[in-house]
Design a protein around this ligand. Sequence first.
Ligand code: NAP
Length: 248
Amino acid sequence: MSWWSLSGHRALVTGANTGIGQAIAISLAQAGAEVICAGRSTSAETVQKIRDAGGTAREIHLDLADPMAARDVFSGAGIDILVNNAGIIRRADSLDYTEADWDAVMDINTKALFFTAQAFAREILAQEGGRGGKIINIASLLAFQGGIRVPAYTASKHAVAGLTKLLANEWASRGINVNAIAPGYIATNNTQALREDPERTRQILERIPAARWGRPEDIGATAAFLASEGAAYIHGAVISVDGGWMAR
Ligand code: NAP
């Protein structure tokens, strides 16, 4: 079996209906994993794409507006790879930012991510002599940088980076790898407002050494690597996949 094969593994990806989550689900399936596509919207399209390519997938409903929504999802389900991808962004000047926007972003991007990881790890660690598991959190460049007009998003993604390290410290010796991917500017719904603004688009592309927006598949491939045996000694890393943005 190759180091990169995910054959025999079962993954759950949150927010798998579109964008980066859909690409991650497809990449994990291409590597051989059975994929459970979890979200508040139907992931029927993702499941179909995976099946059309000969893979195995199904969907479950999971609305992480309730940060505890995943508490019973892992029980006896044989899931050994978790990708915490679901996330939202709300833009407004900090002077005008509302508590409702703050809470909505923090609940999904940070609180739900933590408690979903907790539910997953409780299940993995309850298995005596089990084979461990992998958690891959989706952070952002705003885990390192400040951004502008997205205060809750920046706070939430800095928290994702911190939690990734904390959970790695607690669980690395117990067979769970916890890592994060910090995507650069990827062409999805999340960045639609930026891509529709010619001035922001020009500024962004000028700074990206690779001179293009990222594709969701760029993140999918990295997630498949982190989920594999080849990444067994990677713990607590926050890996930028950003066309070189952070190198500037
Ligand atoms: P997207 O297309 O807006 O996808 C966000 C995903 O999160 C969707 O599947 C969405 O489901 C799901 N989601 C939102 N609220 C949810 C809830 N209450 N319960 C369950 N799922 C929920 O954006 P994306 O770019 O693919 O974002 C995926 C992740 O990458 C996010 O964590 C985002 O912060 C991060 N990221 C993106 C970029 C980028 O440039 N695109 C850069 C850095 C980080 P619905 O379709 O039902 O809303």
